[in-house]
Design a protein around this ligand. Structure first.
Ligand code: FAD
Length: 472
């Protein structure tokens, strides 16, 4: 199908959308088109034929049906942070959920119904007003849509598990345009699949989450010089810490931020966020061993309201980057030496090795209970390089691959939400054997034509496994 703005078929599709939808329809030539087509990562500069901003599930259903009937490629967007550019398309339809951002909090029941246009930051701020929280990731502008569907690993992971471990139910529009309520009782297979299986199964319009009481919290940035010994000691402390404490440690050259003294800028540091979900006194005790690892260059760890963990973000920041994600069980001395050596040799504008110690509540959920199977992994490592000139991408990708190879320990395991465009073998690393087969069978049932393919795709398989069949 020709997709030019002036194409008569496209014109009639847009007319149809404008006639049936309550939400906005933005097309090339409309004021705001360029802003509406922009996603977080700068390398995905794509031009959709139409961007739809639904306001309700019936709009979502109309758009899904139209994509199915016309064969136009459908990109689903919540917060637009896909590392693979999956929430935009050249010449297709972007279903951008931004305007569906209602949040209903029930403080008595400690539950919330959240539409998927919400960001982690907006949800957290609203829930924080009640002293309640659901754990998302490390960045406030990330959408709850993509993050939750892939699992969700953040500041409360050791205390309350993955984001999906607080997911009670969801409403989603499947490929046939139907709105389904899914939970443990209703479409349990689909509910299993959307807890880790990404956007493969439908468009989620809203999630119901469990909220946790979080009236006291200690958190913030701790910046210390990075040597192999300090990095290894940091990891050991994070593993020994009470599970109220989750940490995200970025080993990187110190950025020119106001709180980093000039003499340290550009030198390798551990820029870590410490997050203690519990009583202030206990939190101060839990962070003390980290403060003692090396004289802090900056210490912003203090009692704060939990939403303060998401500071304001730079407007218009659209980095170009390459990265590699992996789960490992140990970061030993050789690994910390490799991290330091590689970071020192990097020619990227910014290079980072991010270490997240896992365990706690995340690890207590059985691997087969959700589509996120890597429960037992002890750490997640993400290596990334930000660069400016497109022709440099290959050099930095090679650097990322070399460091990732040096850190590899045993079987390759990936976190689906941090995968870029890396091919099916890498997607399978997110979904080990039985998980992949079960997901593919559920996909065959709910999306047999692979309408939802702009994602870390699980193609439908015709042969439904007997295990999946008996669970229906
Ligand atoms: C700066 C940054 C920080 C991050 N930090 C973390 C972190 O700490 N922890 C973590 O777990 N992840 C983190 N991530 C990864 C993040 O979870 C994924 O990129 C996620 O896909 C982003 O969700 P989104 O809604 O913003 O993205 P989008 O680009 O809008 O969506 C990504 C994909 O998710 C699917 N999708 C989104 N919404 C829906 C929906 N409503 N229904 C069906 N499918 C949908 C679609 O397939 C879509 O292509 C981070 C990413 C970035 C860029």
């Amino acid at each position: 199908m020709s997709l030019l703005a002036s194409d008569p078929t496209m014109r009639s599709i847009r007319r149809r959308l404008r006639a049936v939808l309550n939400g906005r329809v933005i097309t090339p030539g409309n004021a705001g088109y360029d802003q509406a087509r922009t996603v977080f990562y700068g390398m995905f500069d794509r031009r959709p034929a139409v961007i739809v901003r639904p306001t309700d599930p019936s709009d979502v259903s109309q758009v899904v049906s139209l994509a199915r009937e016309t064969g136009l490629e459908l990109a689903v967007r919540s917060g637009g942070h896909s590392l693979a550019g999956h929430s935009t398309t050249d010449g297709g339809i972007v279903l951008d959920l931004t305007d569906m951002n209602a949040l209903e909090i029930d403080p008595e029941q400690r539950t919330a119904w959240a539409e998927t246009g919400l960001t982690a930051g907006a949800y957290t701020t609203a829930a924080g007003a009640y002293g309640l929280a659901t754990g998302f990731g490390d960045t406030g502008s990330v959408g709850i849509g993509g993050l939750t569907l892939g699992g969700g690993i953040g500041y409360l992971v050791r205390k309350y598990g993955l984001t999906i471990d607080s997911l009670l139910a969801a409403e989603l529009v499947t490929a046939d345009g139907q709105l389904l309520h899914v939970d443990d009782q209703s479409h349990p297979e689909l509910f299993w699949a959307i807890r880790g299986g990404g956007g493969n199964f439908g468009v989620v319009t809203r999630f119901q989450f469990r909220l946790h009481e979080l009236r006291q919290f200690v958190g913030g940035l701790l910046v210390q010089p990075a040597t192999p010994a300090v990095i290894a000691a940091f990891v050991a402390e994070a593993q020994a810490a009470p599970e109220e404490l989750s940490t995200i440690a970025n080993v990187m050259p110190a950025p020119p931020l106001p709180f980093v003294p000039a003499e340290h800028r550009g030198r390798l540091v551990i820029m870590a966020t410490l997050a203690y979900a519990g009583a202030v006194e206990d939190g101060q005790r839990a962070v003390a061993p980290f403060r003692a690892l090396a004289t802090p260059i900056a210490d912003l760890v203090r009692p704060i309201p939990y939403p303060g963990i998401y500071p304001p973000e730079q407007e218009g920041f659209h980095p170009t980057a390459v990265s590699r994600t992996m789960f490992v069980d140990a970061v030993d001395r050789a690994a910390t030496e490799a991290i330091v050596e590689h970071l020192q040799a990097s020619t990227a504008s910014l290079s980072v090795a991010q270490l997240r110690v896992l365990g706690g509540a995340m690890a207590r959920v059985p691997a087969e209970a959700t589509a996120f199977a890597h429960r037992a992994s002890r750490l997640m490592v993400n290596v990334s390089a930000v660069y400016h000139r497109p022709e440099e991408a290959q050099v930095h990708q090679a650097w990322v691959d070399r460091l990732a190879a040096a850190l590899r320990d045993g079987e390759d395991r990936a976190y689906v939400n941090f995968l870029g465009e890396e091919g099916q073998a890498r997607i399978r690393e997110a979904y080990p054997g039985p998980t992949w087969e079960r997901l593919a069978a559920i996909k065959a049932r709910y999306d047999p034509t692979n309408l939802f393919h702009l994602n870390q795709n699980i193609p439908p398989t015709k042969g439904v496994t007997s295990a999946a069949r008996s669970r229906r």
